[in-house]
Design a protein around this ligand. Structure first.
Ligand SMILES: Cc1ncc(COP(=O)(O)O)c(C=O)c1O
Length: 361
């Protein structure tokens, strides 16, 4: 099966030998600490490294076993006691948070996204209408699932709206450093000053997802409450992984590895765009042009139903995730697909896109 569904790095992106050595050295150097229970907020040296990169105090950085687990803790903080409340999300958005929020009983309000990212007018209208949401969830850079990036103008405007409405805003940014072209935009966290913006990221896309090291930078009060939830769940997160990642970054492997990953995945992004142009150019299908990250969003012409197309695609050996998975039920995406180019080879990309195009025709 050619999988455009798997939003994971191709195996050759994983720095296996380096990490094996880092894990060994981390245990030898700091085994008595990292093989015991540790601090609820995670391994101190890695928190300090992240804090320095973001210009914050280390106490504001909380490490979790993947950033998605931090999202679960944040959701528990707001909705765990059965309290009602709203969360504003992008439409489409990453499907796992949608499911986590729905399971927690949150009211999910979806806001439109276009080629420039989240629509600030829609955000403003919803904030004015009220009631105030528990938080706004957004993936401004190389969004999962669309690959789109919030424009510079919109970043400034949204940072102003966050301040004006004093609303908590979660900026989820696991892909931002995996950029193939264009110029990096300032984070909402940096534009707003980190008072109301929670920043989350992860080493899943820059080092390896299997280390399960994600992190959050919280405003102080929220951070303490979320850390208490984490501690009551797992006492401490996995120190061995975090110390391994610390050893990796501390010996200067982070940037060269990232450059290597960008080379490997950038070639796949280029192949996906070229294959789509060749196979679907002029067909009425439209797709996003991600400058980084793992995903591209494909809108088939109106009338194509991906509930019907996907099983036929799988029967010919190619799979993707249906657009509807990234919306609240009934919210859209019927003729859309999320195509991940991170896992498949360049040859598979050309072959898979050709198969999809012939099925569509
Ligand atoms: C937008 C977004 N946030 C969070 C995550 C989860 O990352 P982690 O591996 O750190 O849990 C992913 C993973 O695909 C993602 O796409």
């Amino acid at each position: 099966m050619i999988s455009f569904a798997r939003g994971v790095p191709a195996p050759e992106c994983l720095p296996v030998e380096d990490l094996a050595d880092c894990a060994k050295v981390a245990i030898e150097r700091d085994g008595r600490t990292i093989l015991s229970y540790g601090a609820g907020g995670g391994y101190g040296p890695l928190r300090e490294w992240i804090a320095a990169r973001h210009g914050v105090a280390p106490g504001r950085v909380m490490l979790t076993n993947g950033s998605l687990q931090g999202f679960v803790f944040l959701t528990t903080h707001f909705f765990g006691s059965g309290k009602p409340g709203r969360v504003l999300v992008e439409a489409p958005t990453y499907d796992r948070p949608l499911k986590i929020l729905a399971a927690a009983g949150a009211e999910i309000v979806a806001l439109p996204v276009d080629d420039e990212g989240l629509d600030p007018d829609a955000l403003e209208a919803e904030l004015r209408k009220g009631p105030k949401p528990a938080f706004v969830y957004s993936i401004p850079t190389f969004q999962n699932p669309s690959g789109r990036t919030l424009s510079a103008e919109r970043r400034t405007r949204i940072a102003e709206l966050i301040a004006e409405h004093d609303v908590l805003f979660l900026e989820d940014d696991p892909y931002g450093l995996v950029r193939y072209e264009g110029t990096a935009q300032p984070s909402l966290f940096s534009l707003e000053g980190g008072t109301q913006v929670i920043y989350s990221s992860s080493f899943s896309k820059t080092v390896a997802p299997g280390v399960r090291v994600g992190y959050f930078i919280f405003p102080e009060a929220v951070g303490k409450a979320v850390e208490a939830i984490a501690v009551s769940n797992y006492i401490s997160p996995v120190m061995l992984s975090q110390a391994t990642v610390f050893e990796f970054v501390n010996r200067g492997r982070f940037e060269p590895n990232l450059e290597r990953v960008i080379g490997l995945l950038g070639a796949r992004r280029d192949a996906m765009l070229e294959a789509l142009e060749k196979e679907l150019g002029g067909s009425g299908a439209v797709w996003s042009h991600p400058e980084g990250g793992y995903f591209l969003w494909l809108d088939f012409p109106a009338g194509v139903d991906c509930d019907e197309l996907l099983p036929r695609a799988e029967a010919t050996g190619v799979t993707f995730v249906k657009g509807t998975d990234f919306f609240v039920p009934g919210g859209g995406g019927q003729n859309a697909a999320r195509l991940a180019y991170s896992f498949v080879s360049v040859d598979e990309i050309y072959e898979g896109v050709a198969k999809l195009a012939s099925l569509m025709r």
